[in-house]
Design a protein around this ligand. Structure first.
Ligand code: GLA
Length: 378
């Protein structure tokens, strides 16, 4: 019996019907443009969240998590609606609600995606629960539908105005590839991402910084993009080119202009990065990653001193490229480095953090891994 099956048995007194899993993510490039219908290029990391589930014959939902000492939260499925108060379990309950689950169920969660590191532990939780429910109740949703429904759970039930990138990659990623996702129609293309055979490594640096700005700052960036779209009379920023933006600059406030400039240039960088990857031109990939960071720092203003320090120290230690990933204001950065320089780079970043009096960062590496899957079924 696996660890999660044992925990399920220990907590609920019976064996689960099935076990599903979904990973966290890092984003190679394409930041803060999923909600503007852009292209993004994330990949799934090896760390994932597991969920074991069992159908019940009544309307009770019981949820426990190995990370919360298996404490059981109990609620009637008929009460599961936006507005119901709760803690971490809202991410799981929101998915039951958005998928339209009407029956009772027991759920045991075991999460291995680092929490609060900007690696989408919340999407991993949502997508593991969605995958489990889709199989357990034969709901028949395809991956695009599951991505939209898990995003709906986070937007409407948990109340976080996120885009569609994290849930999509957690559900759709393929081992060995980054996922080129068109956020306009959720079409995808696997882009082989094999840095190891070129002697490189993608280092993930968790700055351990969490700035309070996160929620308001994210919503404020989205709002600037939406007001610009309205003023320009277009459907989304995807329709703009940098030339058209320059011509229409008088219609926008200065803040809207720089936010939109980030979005338009970032969309192009994603496609350029796909070309560079297919040519194994990692110098170019590094340059694009650096430009992305500068744009997020200067035009989108979602970086923070810890992220900038990580990026600057990685570059000073010889990284080909480095940038913040995810929503920003803390969380993680990535650095594309020579594999032989991993220890040296880590030391350089640690030194820079300690000199500035920041909390020590954490480091991870991960190859592109598989998206959500059913692991076992009785
Ligand atoms: C967070 C959101 C995503 C995306 C990124 C920024 O991770 O959940 O939808 O907007 O920020 O690219």
């Amino acid at each position: 019996m696996s660890r999660i099956e044992e925990k399920f048995l220990e907590t609920f007194g019976e064996e689960p019907d099935l076990v599903a899993a979904a990973p966290g993510r890092v984003n190679l490039i394409g930041e803060h443009i999923d909600y503007s219908d852009g292209f993004v290029l994330p990949f799934a990391i090896k760390d994932r969240t597991l969920v074991a589930a069992r159908k019940r014959s009544d309307s009770t939902v019981r949820i426990a998590s190995a990370q919360r000492r298996n404490k059981v939260v109990t609620v009637d499925i008929n009460q599961v609606k936006p507005g119901l108060k709760g803690e971490w379990e809202r991410y799981a309950l929101g998915v039951l609600w958005s998928l339209g689950v009407k029956d009772g169920v027991d759920l045991m969660i075991d999460g291995h995606v680092p929490l609060g590191a900007g690696l989408s532990s919340s999407a991993a939780l949502e997508c593991s629960v969605a995958t489990a429910m889709n199989h357990l109740f034969d709901l028949g949703f395809n991956l695009e539908e599951l991505a939209r429904l898990t995003q709906k759970a986070e937007n409407q039930y948990v109340g976080v105005p996120c885009g569609i990138m994290d849930q999509s990659v957690s559900l759709m990623a393929t081992q060995g590839s980054a996922l080129l996702l068109d956020c306009r129609d959720l079409s995808t293309k696997n882009i082989p991402f094999d840095v190891a055979s070129s002697g490189l490594e993608l280092l993930i640096i968790d700055t351990q910084a969490h700035h309070a700005l996160t929620d308001g700052g994210y919503a404020e960036r989205r709002a600037s993009c939406e007001s610009a779209v309205a003023k320009l009379g277009i459907t989304s920023l995807r329709e703009l080119t940098i030339e058209k933006l320059q011509e229409s600059s008088a219609l926008l406030t200065e803040t809207e202009f720089i936010r939109v400039r980030h979005a338009v240039t970032e969309m192009k960088r994603v496609l350029d990065c796909v070309d560079a990857l297919s040519a194994s031109d990692f110098e170019k990939v590094g340059q694009l990653i650096n430009q992305s960071h500068a744009s997020l720092r200067d035009d989108y203003t979602v970086s923070c001193p810890e992220l900038d320090t990580a990026v600057d120290a990685a570059l000073a230690a010889g990284a080909l490229g480095s940038r913040m990933v995810g929503g920003g204001f803390g969380g993680s950065a990535i650095a594309l480095i020579q594999a032989s320089k991993t220890t040296e780079t880590i030391k350089a970043i640690e030194k820079a953090f300690s000199q500035k009096g920041f909390k020590a960062p954490r480091f991870f590496t991960s190859l592109p891994s598989q998206g959500a899957e059913l692991l076992s079924r009785r």
